[in-house]
Design a protein around this ligand. Structure first.
Ligand code: HEC
Length: 184
């Protein structure tokens, strides 16, 4: 009879010890903000997907990248997504939204917009202008430069004359070719 309760007590102790298994605490895992080998270069967090804007990264590089066909193609694609509904495919300020009561944007070939430098265009996209809302949190800095390049290409293509070119590009060779007669 004395040995009766013993197996029951052992069973209870074993059950309690079972609850003290520390293996969940000791397993390999990443601590908060430690470098993780699963991301490139042991980064601390998942790298941003292409085209995503990091919070607080509204201000981009000061100088524009050189204009390449790839940059223009990217700019055209982004322009069609973000700007065309208001500014129209040719930048004439005749996008579809105008018919819905939104204030009409200026023509890119107007003296006002032709007078803007590339950096000023970049800043308009980043911070907005008047009733046009800002895009700094929606379009990455490199994509903003791509759009700037495309807007300027629209301006240059528009009238095809030297006077319709952005003010600070007048008299400069375009694509390696001299402007007709140079000068103004
Ligand atoms: C929701 C409509 C809308 C969208 C989208 C929009 N714009 Fe505008 N934009 C306007 C309006 C309206 C104005 C004129 C604002 C004013 O005068 O108050 C304007 C003005 C401008 C100007 C002239 C600024 C100046 O100094 O005169 C530029 C350049 C411009 N937009 C570029 C862009 C680009 C590039 C995009 C795309 C990234 C874009 N806009 C997207 C409506 C829009």
């Amino acid at each position: 009879m004395r040995r009766g309760p013993l197996p029951g007590a052992l069973l209870a102790v074993a059950a309690l010890l079972g609850g003290c298994d520390l293996s969940m605490d000791r397993q390999a895992k990443y601590g908060t903000e430690t470098a993780a080998s699963i991301w490139p270069n042991g980064m601390e967090a998942r790298p941003l997907p292409d085209g995503v804007v990091e919070a607080g990264a509204a201000v981009g590089p000061e100088s524009p990248p050189s204009v390449t066909p790839a940059l223009l193609a990217r700019g055209a694609e982004r322009f069609d997504i973000f700007c065309e509904p208001c500014h129209g495919a040719g930048g004439r300020g005749d996008g579809a939204i105008i018919g819905r009561g939104f204030p009409r944007p200026p023509d890119y070939a107007s003296a006002q917009v032709l007078g803007l430098s590339g950096k000023q265009l970049f800043d308009v996209i980043t911070h907005g202008y008047g009733v046009m809302y800002p895009f700094g949190s929606r379009i990455s800095p490199s994509d903003r430069w791509a759009i700037v390049a495309y807007v300027r290409a629209l301006q240059i293509a528009d009238a095809g004359s030297a006077t319709a070119r952005p003010t600070d590009l007048r008299g400069r060779p375009e694509g390696g070719r001299p402007t007709n007669g140079g000068g103004s």
